[in-house]
Design a protein around this ligand. Structure first.
Ligand code: APR
Length: 239
């Protein structure tokens, strides 16, 4: 267990959730801006969030390009590495899950370091001019920043793949999201409809906490997720 000042109830919740995860067969995670606040990037709707104050929005724009992954990102990457986490769906465009080592990532709202063809959905790095030229030679689609703009549909491949994962999973870890923005928020009830166990990790209760979540671990993702992974590894050793 990562040594931090956790209350008894939270420690117990982490133990129960770790057992739940090890008893599951197909575990996925869905994250939001809250997992990146400990990297210095404000969220949107939490205190000081980008939609709460112009200062929060400016800080988000300034901080995002230089932000580094935090222990919450690394914990989910580790969960994938040890074969437990099968897929990570994120609403974040900051690339921090990939930078932390997560490989099977669905970027529901795109990635700020990529461009995407709106016709064939090919994506390339913003400076990958070779790939852009090769793409241009075979497709005349409009190429835009991969980040999903307000009013723009979710890229069809990300949408389909994310809901396929939500249908398939029997355990969904939801971390750092207010779960108010659709269609991303619909992933949770979709998983629940197939009796998936929902483990929510968040600084505050959300609209899903009392109605959908099976376990609510209240606190910082950068503290709880590493403790959850430590407990999972401890239980795996004693198995
Ligand atoms: N640990 C745990 N939870 C946290 C932390 C933290 N360190 N920091 C913030 N939170 C919680 C906040 O309390 C809030 O409930 O994370 C949640 C973040 O919610 P939002 O700010 O609404 O972010 P998100 O859910 O990702 O927003 C979804 O809204 O504006 C659009 O496109 C934008 O992708 C974004 C979407």
């Amino acid at each position: 267990m990562t040594e931090i000042n956790m209350d008894k109830e939270l420690r117990n919740g982490i133990k129960i959730s770790a057992k739940e995860i090890l008893n599951s067969k197909y575990i996925i995670a869905s994250t939001g801006a809250g997992i990146s606040t400990e990297s210095g990037i404000p969220d949107f709707r939490g205190p000081g969030g980008a939609w709460r104050s112009i200062g929060g929005l400016i800080k988000m724009v300034v901080k995002t390009p230089t932000a580094k992954p935090n222990p919450g990102h690394y914990a989910l990457a580790e969960l994938e590495k040890i074969g437990i986490l099968k897929c990570l769906i994120t609403q974040n465009i900051d690339n921090l899950h990939r930078a932390a080592g997560s490989r099977n990532v669905i970027e529901f709202h795109g990635n700020m370091y990529k461009l995407r063809c709106t016709k064939c959905n090919t994506r390339f790095g913003i400076f990958d001019f070779g790939a852009m030229r090769a793409h241009r030679s075979r497709c005349k689609g409009i190429v835009k920043p991969d980040t999903v703009m307000f009013g723009e549909p979710i890229p069809p491949d990300a949408l389909q793949n994310a809901f396929d994962e939500a249908e398939r999973c029997d355990c969904l870890i939801v971390a750092g999201t207010s779960s108010v923005v659709y269609p991303a928020a619909a992933l949770i009830p979709r998983a629940k409809r197939n009796n998936a166990r929902i483990i929510e990790v968040n600084a505050e209760e959300t609209g899903m906490t009392r109605s959908v979540s099976d376990h609510f671990l209240k606190g910082k993702t950068g503290e709880i997720l590493p403790s959850l992974v430590d407990e999972i590894k401890r239980l795996k050793e004693v198995k």
